[in-house]
Design a protein around this ligand. Sequence first.
Ligand code: KIV
Ligand code: ZN
Length: 539
Amino acid sequence: MSSQLDRVLIFDTTLRDGEQSPGATMNVAEKLAVAKQLARLNVDIIEAGFPFASPGDFEAVQTIAGEVGTPNGPTICGLARATKGDIEAAARAVAPAAKGRIHTFIATSDIHMQYKLKKSRAEVLAIAEEMVGYAKSFTGDVEFSPEDAGRSDPEFLYEVLERAIAAGATTLNIPDTVGYLTPSEFGDLIRGIKANVPSIDQAIISVHGHNDLGLAVANFLEAVKAGARQLECTINGIGERAGNAALEELVMALHVRRQYYNPFFGLPPESEAPLTNIHTQEIYKASRLVSNMTGMLVQPNKAIVGANAFAHESGIHQDGVLKNRLTYEIMDAQLIGLNDNQIVLGKHSGRNAFRTRLSELGHELGDQELNKAFLRFKEVADKKKEISDRDLEAIVNDEALQVAEHFKLELVQVSCGSNAQPTATVTIRMPDGEEITDASIGTGPVDAIYQAINRVVDIENDLIEYSVQSVTAGIDAMGEVTIRVRNGARIYSGHAANTDIIVASAHAYVNALNRLYTALQAGVSIHPQRDKVPAGTGV
Ligand code: KIV
Ligand code: ZN
């Protein structure tokens, strides 16, 4: 079945593997906003999360299944370890979707079986078969992954895959869990599977891989040539450690170089038929949204979506591009939906214009969210004459998609200067409604603010990253502050935008503390690959 498809299926795992990146945790509303954008991008499958991880993770998958998993929408998938408890949770969470999938996995490399699972090959083989069959009792669409396939003994891998197909798996995903393989090795692995798994034609071959050596995208493209027809990827390449293969890079490689890839799909080189179903014009918006929601900034030189990806700085390039774009550009920026930040609104723009532009940008806000965002827009427009799309995004992100505000920053004041000791005063409304004011000195204005906040909000944390970026060019630009704080082994991000970067810094810190407080209240969620299966939920 797999090599008969004349395009690849895009399986987006931003909300599952992507969310496993340290500090990238999103709440239900944020995950839903990302899922809606993934649907506009037209991905084939959304892996919406790991439902067994926590009640919050379960709710996110179930909400996405209900709201985004429409008959014409994407398949909604839930991850499950090869245990009954996980599989039942995934089945219940994806049930509201018109098309639901359960993705179950168990490690097959000797090192994982010996040290992590403490199970023999025979035991793993039996569990894989039994749990695929169990998943199949809930849905016809079952995906199976032999975790760490890249380092598994190929003969054992073939046997596990054959048993998984016999038990009902319709997609076989081949993960390079630790990002170890090279492109030709990954291609050979897929070719080996096609040649040695007798029933392989009854399933789609999928690939999943990490970017530890920076090879994930190259590996996937080699796998496509060998017959893989589902690519598991994330927006901006976020994910465990060095991340996953980046969706935008895979899609644009298959688009820009389709003459090269067409023959591997049995198509004539000149065929113009798209090799993915992706609406490429939605790529840039998806990238911005995921970066905003997760606090994972995109490096300027990142392929396709980095700030410099379409910027022609040097004189010689600009001259060439003006004479003929193709001298230095292999794709048009408009293909990914980049439209030069046109200025759209100003202080006299009304609510309707504001709502219309936001919905053109993919943000459909409810009345309450729209009111909040509109008030903020007016405030910013008073200070800044021209409001660009990027400003609008920053406003929506800041106002409408906020995390639960257990702590609310009511006031921040700082005094600093060349001959002054930086001093900050803050007033914070606490979860019980009481307002507390306190002050502190610091080595600089941001340090003074953070120390003052820490005097009021007593939650242990270390600030491990602070960055400020301007949203647009110009001295009146808004500044976006992104921070990360560590509490024990977990990392939480905070994000805020304001024309005053000192105010943005204060809000970003309170935002991170709100996320941290929410997580502490909810209890820690289970990691699908590193945490042990709790007693009583196993096979
Ligand atoms: O990297 C990996 O192996 C995974 C599996 C759960 C598919 O994320
Ligand atoms: Zn992974």
